[in-house]
Every structure is written in C-alpha cells, then in structure tokens.
Design a protein around this ligand. Structure first.
Ligand code: SF4
Length: 284
C-alpha cells in the first residue's frame, strides 16, 4: 500500500498563529479564556485546556483574567463589552478573516447592499456580520437568492473556506438583481490550495482519509469535495476513528488534513495505516 499525503496538510498560517498566541499566554500566570473554541479541532482545544486555556460560552462567565479572541473572530458586542469590563484582550483573529470584514465595511461605506456568501451559523460570518448594517444579506445556497429584490448596487464577499465553484455559482446567480457590482474574492488562498489537493488525492487514490474536526468548515468542505470524486472518502478526527476494513486491498491511500489538524494527529493516523498494512501483508 502506498500512502500519499497532501502537500497542504495540517495547521494553516491563521491557526498556527492563534495556537501560538494561546500557548504563549498559557505559560504566564492568571486565568486565560476563549469564548467558544479557539479553533475547530477538539483535540487541540483539549490540549490547550490542559495548559490552562479555558473555553467559556459567554463573556459573563469571565470575572477576571485575559481572553484570546478565536481565529474566526467574535461579534463586535462581545469585543466591546470585554474592553469595557477591563479584561485583557489578545486578538488571535486570522488576518484573512479580518481582511474580509474590512472589505465588507468598505463596501458598506460606499453604499453597496452587502451580500455575504457563507453559512450564517459559522462564527466567522457572525463576526463579520456584527460589523455591518443590519440589512446585510447572508446567502448560503443558490436557493436563497429567490427571496431577494433588485438593489441599485451590490457588494459581495464570501466565507474564507468557501469553494470557488459555490462562490461563482451564487455570485453569478445574483447578476439579474443589480446593475452595479463590486466583488471581493475573500476565499483564503490556503483553503483553495487544500481543496485542489483534496481533488487531486480523490482522483489518484482508492481511498481518501480526511483528518480534522467534525465541527471544522474547511475540513468538511475537503471531505465533500473528495467524496464527489472518490466515494471511499472517510472523514475522521483521530486515528481511533480509522477502520481497518477501509484499507483492505487498497493500493493508494490519500491523506488530507484540515487547516486546524495538528501534525501529531496526522502522524498517528499514518502510523496506524502503516501498522495495518504490515499486518495485512503478514497475514497473507
Ligand atoms: S484557513 Fe485561511 S482564513 Fe482560515 S484560519 Fe487558516 S489562514 Fe485564516
């Protein structure tokens, strides 16, 4: 069996930066919190909790100490409230996510009706939306377009982990809803590279193992892209989820990991696959 590993597997720039900020703070004394998980990987969040970085769901759960703003950002009211309470804030929002928010604010100032292409429930979209006029529209699918009316000017941004195909499909579906458009392609370059790699793996391999948090939008996107091409695509969080039967009589197994998957989990999965392969050969 040959194991192929996607080039862009493991932490992306934004996640590495957020985790390093958290690790740096955890070494100092005092209470450190994040509102919601700092990144979408339960194992990394658990590791950070062991080092003293606690996850709370709301600001009122924090009395003193510091908060680290998660990689996806937090809504403006939470940021402002933390500041007003005198809580020390360490901003680990990914600069690509902040850039999307800045573009959207610029569009609002220029009088565009803002449309965000993304999942309204995702923390990144909640963060960006909180800085925009209340009538900002969030579109998750093409179907949602039908509810819109005509606007003189439309400005578009998209979730950083969006697939380019979905972005193009929804943005082109909007063409008859205005005469003037300003579009910022805010898909993260890292996310695009990973999606291309997932596609390559799916075309080349008999089985593709996607490693990453089940709550991670970018990992789920990789799994769905791969599954469209290779039915035998499996999304796992850790080596424990890997089933030996998936690897039976497989020549090429592809490993693709999401942007918030740490190297140690990837290595564990590879070790388990190699062990299974050795045992399968021995049994033959
Ligand atoms: S995937 Fe891109 S936008 Fe998301 S945290 Fe990583 S670098 Fe930032």
């Amino acid at each position: 069996m040959k194991i192929l590993i996607a080039k862009n597997s493991g932490f992306c720039f934004g996640v590495r930066r957020a985790v390093n900020i958290a690790l740096g703070v955890s070494k100092k004394s005092g209470s450190v919190y994040t509102i919601g998980p700092i990144i979408h990987n339960p194992q990394v969040v658990g590791e950070l909790e062991n080092k003293g970085v606690k996850v709370v769901q709301k600001l009122s759960d924090i009395k003193t100490g510091s908060i680290i703003i998660r990689a996806h950002g937090v809504p403006k009211n939470i940021f402002d409230e933390a500041k007003a309470k005198g809580i020390k804030i360490l901003d680990a929002t990914c600069p690509f996510v902040t850039r999307s928010k800045n573009y959207a604010e610029k569009l609002a100032k220029e009088g565009y009706k803002i449309i965000i292409i993304g999942n309204p429930e995702h923390p990144e979209i909640k963060y960006i939306f909180s800085y925009l006029p209340k009538n900002t529209v969030i579109l998750n699918t093409n179907e949602d377009i039908k509810k819109l009316k005509f606007f003189p000017k439309i400005g578009i941004i998209t979730q950083t982990t969006q697939s380019p195909e979905n972005f193009i499909k929804i943005a082109s579906g909007l063409l008859s809803y205005s005469n003037e458009f300003k579009i910022f392609n805010t898909i993260c370059p890292d996310a695009i590279n990973r999606q291309k790699e997932a596609m390559k793996m799916a075309k080349k391999c008999d089985v593709v193992v996607i490693i990453g948090g089940k709550n991670s939008a970018n990992t789920k996107r990789l799994a769905s892209i791969s599954k469209k091409i290779q039915k035998k695509t499996y999304h796992i969080e850790t080596a424990r989820d890997l089933k030996n039967k998936w690897l039976k009589d497989v020549e090429y197994v592809g490993i693709v990991a999401g942007a918030s998957t740490p190297d140690w989990i990837i290595k564990e999965v590879i070790r388990k696959i190699k062990k299974e392969d050795r045992e399968a050969v021995w049994k033959k």
